[in-house]
Unconditional design. Structure first.
Length: 205
């Protein structure tokens, strides 16, 4: 199979999840940066009509969306049986954690876009993020205990790591008071895959 390309941004939590999955599963890939996130040209997003990242490009063409990409990477790696994707466990604590992490990610994007336009952050959105972090902080041990011990990587853990690191990076919310989450992020942050995908703002060469 040909080497794949991940199209995205180093500042994107959605992109970082996919990149960490690729690293953890040993899938060799190139990383193509979308420098102008305000572009309205789908060609800048590997033909994604939604004008969003990340996108995986392989011999079959473009594949849109983080969860789709993680699933494709798991299959491509030959290690899918040891990958926990969203919705693959009946444990409700995990399902709730997945939902809350994705909620925070989407809410973050809305706040960042509001900031770019000079609008104030809606109080309900900020409160929803904080309350979701409260729940995740209180239930993280139970979430991880409910995951298979044999897993190589799980969507909920990688997504949560990216969220905890992304909130302060984009100056959306300080996270120090959620001590369990911070300790968890510090632990995962030691992985080579995390170090190779640190959040940063891409600059054109």
């Amino acid at each position: 199979m040909k080497r794949i390309t991940l199209v995205g941004r180093s500042s994107s939590h959605f992109t970082r999840i996919a990149r960490i999955f690729a690293h953890e599963l040993g899938v060799e890939h190139d990383f193509q940066v979308v420098f102008d996130i305000m572009s309205a040209d789908a060609r800048d997003y590997a033909d994604n009509p939604a004008l969003k990242v990340p996108v995986l490009v392989d011999e079959q063409g473009s594949l849109f969306g983080t969860e789709n990409i993680c699933r494709a990477l798991a299959l491509r790696s030959g290690k899918a049986e040891r990958v926990m994707l969203r919705g693959e466990t009946a444990a409700r604590v995990v399902a709730n954690a997945e939902e809350l992490v994705l909620h925070i990610m989407g809410a973050e994007v809305s706040l960042i876009m509001a900031k770019l336009t000079g609008a104030s952050a809606p109080e309900k959105v900020v409160r929803g993020i904080a309350k979701s972090l409260d729940w995740l902080d209180e239930n993280l041990d139970g979430v991880r205990a409910a995951l298979p011990a044999s897993r190589l990587v799980s969507f909920v853990e990688i997504a949560l790591f990216c969220v905890v690191r992304h909130l302060p990076f984009r100056e959306v919310l300080a996270v120090e008071r959620w001590r369990t989450l911070v300790a968890f992020a510090d632990q995962l942050g030691m992985l080579p895959s995390a170090r190779a995908t640190e959040f940063r703002f891409d600059q054109k060469p």
